[in-house]
Write a protein that binds this ligand. Sequence first.
Ligand SMILES: [Zn+2]
Length: 844
Amino acid sequence: MVAPRSVRRAVLVVLLALVLPVLTVPAQAQTPSAHRDPGNGAERSTAAATAVPARALVAAEDENRRGGGRQGYPRQTELRVFPEEPADKAIKLGLLPYHAIAPRLNDLQDRSDRVSAEVIGQSTLGRDLYLVTVTAPETPAQARQQDHWRELIENDPRAAARDRGLAAGYKAPVWINANIHGDEWEGTDGAMRVIEDLATTTDPAEVRMLQSTRIYFTVTNNPDGRVAGTRANAAGFDVNRDHITSTQPESRAVRDVVIGTQPLVMLDEHGYTGTTLIEPGTPPHGQNYEYDLYLKHAYENALGMEKAIAGLGHPETARADIPFRDYPPGEWDDWPPIFTPMYAIYHGAIGHTVEVPLRVNRGEYDQLPVEELRRRSGINTDVAATTITAGIAYAEDNRRELIADQIEMFRRGWAGEPQREIPDGYVPGFGEEDRYSAEFPRAYVIPAGDAQRSAPAAARLVDHLIANDVRVTRALHPFRLAGRTYPAGSYVVDMHQPKRGLANVILAEGKDISADVPRMYDISGWSLGLLWGATVDVSREQAPKVRTTPVSVASPTGGIDVPRGRDLALAVADGKDVQAVNFLAGQGVTAHRQDDGTVVVPASARRQAETAAERFGVRFTRAPSGERGPVLRKPVIAAAVSADELFVLRELGFDVRPLSTRALNDGFDLAGVDTLFVSAGLSYSQLTGEARQRLAAFLTDGGVVTRGSTGATFNAEAGLLPVTAVRGRSDANGVVAVSGGEGVTGAGSPAHSFVYSPLWFTDLGSGVVAEQRYAEDGPLVAGHWLPGSADRGPAQAAGEASVVSGVAGAGARTVLFGTEPLFRGHPKGLYSQVAKALYWTAVG
Ligand SMILES: [Zn+2]
């Protein structure tokens, strides 16, 4: 590279077009959008999701035969074989179809005692997810010793640092994740090649390596996508955006792998960026990392992988793009923890995304000749296998230092030490633009009892923290902290713990990074502390002085605080409450809806209410005397929505029928539908006259809920509520502060919401209610939201309506969301707001 990295970045930002030809900057940096892939972002609002087939696949064999000692290695499983699928998209590329993987692994297990295959879960459609471990055989006692050392590193890093046996004998764990994007196939084939080579090698160096290393492969993290040739999984989720939310079985499976194996190095194999791409990434860097410990290894390992692919001799692999070294800030950042490698860093891994170079998916898949596709996939497989081999070699060559640095990361956590200042030039190009840091609070408290906004939400958050290997304790007595009083049973997250970075990235507010970089790759704000519906308090300096006990599962929260014979009330404050209401409606219980959204359940349905309380953790209180209110039916929703929204609406227990422009034009029957949900793939202007007539008839007594600009356009074209919708920049996103208004969804809603492509409403006509508004004094709490050329930033949105409601002239009760209350199944504390809107609009 010609110019020093920091200089080049500065120049790039200011004088992009003018200066680029002078500097030998990689082509990708000149046209940055070329290597940015969609990931369930703004484009979610273009096409409506269709139903996900619920069919579970049936394998040829149901029983898994367990072989070998469960405690030692190998720990082999005879994998069940899935039926041959001639339409598997991998076949055209000359790559392994999913159904061929289990037979290959079964055969390898027969031939080699270095190979273990296990099933770690099932995909959305029921295909097995495989974990393959390659290592020299271990007796049960040896495997127990490895487990002990792994736990010592995390639980008692000071002792681990002194343990000479550990330094000499702990096998370096390396984890390779492949094919998380289903139509980026070759990671699987490269992984299988490496597994097969290592299974049978007689090379003394490789045999020795397997005695000091355990290599774990999740050979395909998205088998449904692999077969169908889709980036997303079968539920329409981008699995590589789902970490720390974990809505999908594919992301939960690898979450448990990273926790269980505690890798020193991990690679996530993707494609296709034209030139091979190898992280570390650009700024902004995740502020909760021990970034010094990460970067020194990540940079060296990336250089080693680059050198290795150059050695392949293909002209297409002569060099790699290393975003940290080669791209301007914001172009390929490692800020959010939603990506597998970034998530893995918080568990102590040196995590890298690797992108193999040559595109074989999408248009190229359909248009290129088969020979060209296979030539490309061959090179891509070489790159995947070679980066894996080079990554393993790095772990072997640097085993002691990697172990020492993982120990150091956990030690700093336990000790509560600040992150390290990193000097300029720490690795070539490290400078001021790379400095991101966090000040860790001393503790978080998730209160119990009346101090808690929603007990089911608190329990969900606690269980989620534990599932992520964050340590949570429960106070045995009442206590005072930072000026507040907490009841016994309150949860404490003591930030003196090994994975404090992960705890903080989950619970902290986050940061407004709009001014730091011109744009970001994906989301920039998340905060489960603000968006998951639980009250989470922060104590900056003091730890609570109270006896606590470790928690492995949150306490049950459900119950009925009502004498027998009395009507029951359920405040709809959380998605769990919504699930309970929909469950009761499904049981034939006649519930009633009060003006404030509270649901009244007759005393006669007490038995069903008890079931709901136990199943969903909800609490019933005594219903107010007087009118019960109108009958609440479980609404039937016709939904032109994105895949994530469809997933959430079904999870909440609504009866949802997928809808689109075409479906409506093709005669979709609106009879029996209570409410339309419009956020994607429904355009009023593209409806036929006949479809518009059916819609007009529906709108005399049916309800409408919309989200985003697709929904706002529908509102305008169908002549529903008189408002003007104003759009912010399409890639702007983050956590926003909001003020609750009056109305059915605004009252009692959380003080924060989430936006992506933010929208607000002005010129509110008569009868239109502002349910919620963006906070007056700077709504963006965390994320990236620039005004853009239209000057529509947070300052312009401040004080404007984010959610509005009203009754349209034709009669339809209508609610318009400018926020993203269901985004990727993440902001769980906002679900009840949507449900309240659906219940209200459905009372026609
Ligand atoms: Zn990818």
